[in-house]
Ligand binder design. Structure first.
Ligand SMILES: C[S@@+](CC[C@H](N)C(=O)[O-])C[C@H]1O[C@@H](n2cnc3c(N)ncnc32)[C@H](O)[C@@H]1O
Length: 184
């Protein structure tokens, strides 16, 4: 395994491919243009995907149709409400930030992001995980990143392991990749 040819998204996809199996139920908590939903659907039994923008749902629906994928439920709601739709899952995948090619004034916020991570930890299986790509920088993302990292540090080390990977010497605020595993 080398890192020079990787980025946070590639690390998250590699982690997902290693840990998700075909009987699993998974959650994509930030659907966007559907790239994570597509990957999860291609491996797992069922995927619940959330976004607050209808543009994300229509974009993802198109991507899934083009790939003849039909095992996703696309939900127009904030990820902090995910327990209203799904009670258990192998993983919950977050890709925080704004919709690529969309309205940059609509982005994830630390208060709902942290509520959503708490909800995700409530529903993941004992061998489950939460994957997070944190895009920070620009006008907004520093506050969310700092709040997120401070929150993750408070998670009980007896119950959870939090792994943070950063491309530390890359310019322009390279996204972080974070995995939360349950200790089991
Ligand atoms: C970086 S994009 C996700 C990229 C996506 N995974 C993909 O493959 O294209 C972040 C997405 O999170 C969504 N988002 C922001 N706040 C949200 C919330 N509270 N609940 C659900 N989605 C949210 C945004 O609308 C945006 O589409």
């Amino acid at each position: 395994m080398t890192y020079f040819d990787k980025n946070a998204l590639k690390l998250s996809h590699e982690y997902i491919k290693q840990h998700v199996t075909k009987g699993d139920v998974c959650v994509d908590a930030t659907m966007g243009r559907g790239r994570d939903t597509l990957l999860l659907c291609s491996i797992a039994k069922e995927v619940f995907a959330f976004d607050i923008q209808s543009e994300a749902l229509s974009s993802t629906k198109k991507l899934l149709e083009e790939n003849q994928i039909s095992n996703a439920k696309l939900i127009l709601d904030s990820h902090h409400n995910l327990k209203n739709y799904v009670q258990s899952a192998k993983c919950v995948v977050f890709n925080f930030g704004f919709l690529p090619g969309g309205d940059h004034s609509i982005f994830s916020h630390s208060d709902t992001s942290i509520k959503a991570i708490r909800a995700a930890l409530d529903i993941i299986a004992d061998d489950g995980f939460v994957s997070i790509c944190s895009y920070y920088g620009g006008d907004t993302g520093f506050e969310e990143r700092d709040a997120l990292l401070a929150f993750l540090q408070t998670l009980d080390a007896k119950k959870y392991t939090v792994m943070l990977q950063s491309f530390h010497n890359r310019p322009n605020c390279p996204p972080l990749f974070i995995v939360i595993e349950k200790n089991h």
